[in-house]
Design a protein around this ligand. Structure first.
Ligand code: 13P
Length: 249
């Protein structure tokens, strides 16, 4: 079983108004002019998913959501379901981002339920895991991350298209990145856990690295063992920065 194509996905977080669609347009034009080795996706806030899908639909850039509710519909004020994202034109969805785990108390079990919802709606989940600085300093990184993988990935993912994103919490938006050895150590452990969970099929899903990825460090990070792409925050907001990462993949 061969591994999936690398994926470079931009997570715009709570950034982006209609004017920002120009950046998406520029990314799509460049990707179509020079198709990169990796798949490329942009995950705008949910208010822009539909418009972005209209603007860049049919190009080599896919659109994703940043979260979804596990339920299909109901009295959940302010939430968005996987079906709604899919209807709006999303093909992927980020789940279990540390900003949601920390800010909204999302547990592994909830993330697993959301992943099932994503599959139900035909979306490809990108499931995020990562340790805090305190956990790393306590030598708990591998236990925390492999525990999150086991708890957040439902059995239903077996044989389905999905990705895992390793995002050390202390590297997000800080300009700090782990050493290549540290990245490889965690990615290799995640791969072993995926094989433990899914057998041979666990060798397929890309394992993205996320946390202060920028054009200047993307080349070496993306070449590291078991790194199958990147989940990019700040540097995905500007087409030129994001494309610098895409072309490094
Ligand atoms: P930064 O690239 O801004 O560090 O954010 C990473 C991230 O959280 C992507 O999901």
């Amino acid at each position: 079983m061969s591994s999936a194509r690398p994926l470079v996905a931009g997570n715009w977080k709570m950034n982006g108004l209609a004017v920002s669609l120009d950046e998406a347009r520029a990314v799509a034009a460049a990707v179509d002019a020079h198709p990169p080795a990796c798949r490329v996706a942009l995950c705008p806030p949910s208010t822009l998913v539909h418009r972005m899908a209209e603007v860049i639909g049919g190009t080599g850039v896919e659109v994703g959501g940043q979260d979804c509710r596990a339920e299909q519909s109901g009295a959940f004020t302010g939430d968005v379901s996987a079906e709604m994202l899919a209807e709006a034109g999303a093909e992927l969805v980020i789940l279990g981002h540390s900003e949601r785990r920390a800010g909204y108390g999302e547990t592994d079990a909830l993330v697993a339920a959301k992943a099932e919802a994503a599959l139900r709606a035909g979306l490809e989940p990108i499931i995020c895991v990562g340790e805090t600085l305190t956990q790393r300093e306590a030598g708990e990184t591998l236990a925390v991350v492999t525990g999150q993988v086991k708890g957040s990935l439902p059995k239903a993912l077996a044989g389905k298209a999905f990705a895992v994103a390793y995002e050390p919490v202390w590297a997000i938006g800080t300009g700090l990145t782990p050493t290549l050895e540290q990245i490889e150590e965690v990615h290799v452990a995640i791969r072993a856990t995926l094989v433990e969970l899914f057998g041979e099929a666990g060798k397929v899903p890309p394992i993205l690295y996320g946390g202060s990825v920028k054009p200047s460090n993307a080349g070496e990070i993306l070449k590291a063992r078991e790194v199958g792409g990147a989940l990019v925050g700040g540097a995905s907001l500007k087409a030129t920065d994001f494309l610098g990462i895409v072309t490094a993949a």
